[in-house]
Each structure stands twice: as C-alpha cells, then as structure tokens.
Write a protein that binds this ligand. Sequence first.
Ligand SMILES: [Zn+2]
Ligand SMILES: [Zn+2]
Length: 307
Amino acid sequence: MKALTWQGKRSVSVETVPDPFIVEPTDAIIRVTSTAICGSDLHLYELLGPFLDAGDILGHEPMGVVVEVGSDVTALAVGDRVVVPFNIACGHCFMCRRGLQSQCETTQVTEYGSGAALFGYTKLYGQVPGGQAEYLRVPLADYNHIRVGDDLPDDRYLFLSDILPTAWQGVEYADVPEGGTLVVMGLGPVGQFAARIGVDRGLRVLAVDPEAVRREMAERHGVDAFDLTDDVVDELRDLTDGRGADAVVDAVGLEAHGNPAIEAAQSALGVLPDPAARAVMQTAGVEPVEDIETETPEADTEVANAA
Ligand SMILES: [Zn+2]
Ligand SMILES: [Zn+2]
C-alpha cells in the first residue's frame, strides 16, 4: 500500500510499504477513505525527530471501511464504516472506566512515562503505524472505533477522529455557567469548533484571532470575534462588565510560534544527538506550553492549532 512516512526532520514522503495485517485477534483492518492532517503532526515534522524512525507511518485522524476483523472482534464486521479516534484504549481498565482513556493502563507506554498509545505518534506513544495510509490496523478494535452510517459524506464524520471531541472536551472542562461568557483564543479548526460548541450550548462566545478570514468564519456562526491587538484584553473586559469571561479555552496550540527563546531551544534539541535529545526533551517536557502574550503580542504571532 501507499502511506505517508516520516523520513527525517522536515522530510515526509509517500512510500510503498507492506500492507498491515491482523496481529492480535482483537485487531481490525480498515481501508482508509479519508484522513486528516493535525496541527500536532507539525511536532513530528519539526521537533520530535529523536522519537521517530525513518519510515514511520504518520496520521491519527482516519476513517474508513472495515475489510478484515480478528477472531475475537465482535462489535465490528467487514463492511462497517468507522471513524477511528487517535487514542488507543482498552475500555475496561482503571483509567478507561473513569473516562480517562488517554491514560489507558493497557496501552500506556511505560518506557517513556507517556499516556495511552496513539496512532502515528512516535515512540513516546507506542510507535503505532498511523492512518495517513491506504490501510490501517486498528488494535483493540471493538473499543477503538465510532461506527457511522452511510448517509453522509466523509467530511461530515471525519472530525470525530480528534478535533471535534477535543474542542468539545475543552468547552466541557471550561465549565461555563449557564448563559455565561466563554473566550476562545485562536480560531483555527479546534478554536472554530470550540466557539461553535459554546454557541450551541447557549453561551456568549468571544474569540480572538489575528486572521480576518478566521474571524469572519466564526462570526457567521454567532461568535463575536476580535483581532489580536494591544487592546483586546481591555475590549473583552469592557464587554464583561469589567470582570472578564467566565472561562477561556486556549486553542492556539501547544507550540505557538513567535517566541524566540522557545524556537532556539527547539532548534538546539534538533541538533543534539538523539539519545541526548530524548533525555532533555523528556525532562523538559516534549511540548512546552507557552502563555499567550495577549497584552504585548508579537507582530508576527501565528496562531497554529494543534489538537
Ligand atoms: Zn490530531
Ligand atoms: Zn484502558
């Protein structure tokens, strides 16, 4: 089959690779019909090279049709149309029973102290072949799928693989009181979803993004959107009786560009020998979370969204 593979820092290519096959009786194989690129994939492209091997198959936002099931799979049959979310979880361990599937104890990658395994996302998350490919092996397939109907095209379902539930969970955690005000920082895909979920829940949603086209998209769906200016914090405060919003969802992404110190650190890591880089990154945290400098924005601040 053809698959998108990582080949080195800033180097990916479509290559012919062996088709996946059933390894465990709980596996299924799907023929991928649609697959998305995530903001998180930028980390693989740029930063996480020490945790990838040339040839690793990328992608964690696929959907498709089941073409084969293992002997223990009971919830799926050949021909079923499914979305495959990025987490790989068992559904019955201590963490899964508490709704913490991203910490699944059955699939967690203890070697790196990470959470649950993820598709297409480095050795830190199990080095599981990803979904930017013609076929995908889905481990623990009874649990790791969302079956969908045949009624709508792929693009009406595909975002269930990551960014729609990611945005939903962000709004859920924000726990805005009924009729309250939610601010969404960043209007890329996850920010757009978070803002519209807020509107759908009857919240007043104010959003901030430097790109006019993104603000216009949000405004078409009932969001009040603001440019990222020196005055935006005052504007938002004025609109909320001086109190500020009830909650803020940061949908800018884990590595907003425009911070010279972070970029220098990332570049330095990129040129360290792999074992040393791995040690530093595990100690320092793989994905440095950068505060959004709303009061002194860089002129070149980019809003990149990661799920
Ligand atoms: Zn994603
Ligand atoms: Zn589990």
